[in-house]
Design a protein around this ligand. Sequence first.
Ligand SMILES: [Zn+2]
Ligand SMILES: [Zn+2]
Length: 464
Amino acid sequence: MNSEGSELDTDFLSRTEGLQGVYPDWRGSNMTQVERHTNCPLAAVDRRLEDAHQQWHQAEATYFDPDAFRRNIQTAIQTLRSVTFVLQNNKRIIPDFDAWYEPWRERLKADGLMSWMVEARNRIEKQGDLEAHSFVRAAIVASYLEEGPEIQVPADLFSAPWTLVKNIPDNLLGEHLRQNGVLEVERKWIENSLPEYELLDAVAIAYGRISQVVDDAHRQMGLEPPATTNMLTGEAFTDGWRNGRLPCMISHRETRTARFRLSDGTPAELERKAVKFDAAEAERVSARYDIDPKNAFGSENNNRAVLQSLFETAKKMFLADRYHDSIVFLLRNGAPIHIMSLRPEDQSQKYLMMRGVADDVVRSGADAVIFISEVWISQADPNKRYLRAALAPDRREALTATLVAKDDGPVQMVAEILRDGNDVALEQTSIVTGHAAFAFAPIYKAWGKEIPQEWLGMFDESSD
Ligand SMILES: [Zn+2]
Ligand SMILES: [Zn+2]
């Protein structure tokens, strides 16, 4: 099977029975905490940073209470600013402090957001409150790319988001939007002098930068930086793509966003369910699928080798169950760190779900993602840009596993599904590289990885 001109569109049929028994060593993404050292010589610095973290959560918890939010976010900004003061007060115990700190000071000074934090703290202490205003941002989400119409208006203009809906054009694109689109309405606090950031997010990013300085101060003293660990499993999180932010400070956006399907106005909620390994289930499934769970990921720490092993397992499960759940594996350094099953009910949920997976990628520091699912395939019709493969008259079914990585992919393993009454068979597996894997666009964005021009070209060639 050739990917040239064919469009893959994941379709989600039903559930595979034995997921919980097949994939061992699940190391989930439960709540994390920062483990501060006891007897750390920099304990005063560590504590101050942790205070800022707690105050950030207080601001988050009072997001919809303007007075409380103002108090809490201002306190968090002041505390965060004081971390480097406390650090400088400890300069005697940090070897070569001046030579070590100077490059950091330069870096923070050159950073627009960090300069804003310094000014904001001065304003809070000397002049009074920040000028924060509440806005709503509304956008129509109807693809994996961020290309839908959007507006941002003061929060009291309550009906404004619906003008987006009223202005949907009466053409093929409009039809696609009305059928598969979601209206996303997000509440935001924005400060007058920092218009490009949502305020809570800005403070989370600033926390991350300061936390990196504190980590480095530990290293300068020959100490291990404080660890971010999963409380249940003890797994230590590497910093990955979080840039010093804690996993709990990523995507608080979810708590202040509401989404509605344009097709019927019902709320469009997300569901990404973690698959937890269950040893009892493992025994049952190894008999059912003729799989040894110990081998599900293969023996090599290599993304493409993991892709191959997972696809072999997926084929066995598919042939036994006659269907396969959609599952996502997050990997780091060639080894799986998180598994989720996805159960979107419709196309609009798929768009949202892949954005949610992208948040999980950032939180967990994953550098590769493997997505297994049944899909519909068809020849893409350049004249029908928004005709999804699921609806195409010549559609066929396939089982696929797709790998995208920070430095590789997309690589897709495809086995076409042949159905004959109740019997299923799989065609020989083919490997496709370099296809337009639009579903992964939000994950590319999380990695700061460009969407390949060829993909966009494939879009541009077709007309609305
Ligand atoms: Zn410490
Ligand atoms: Zn937290």
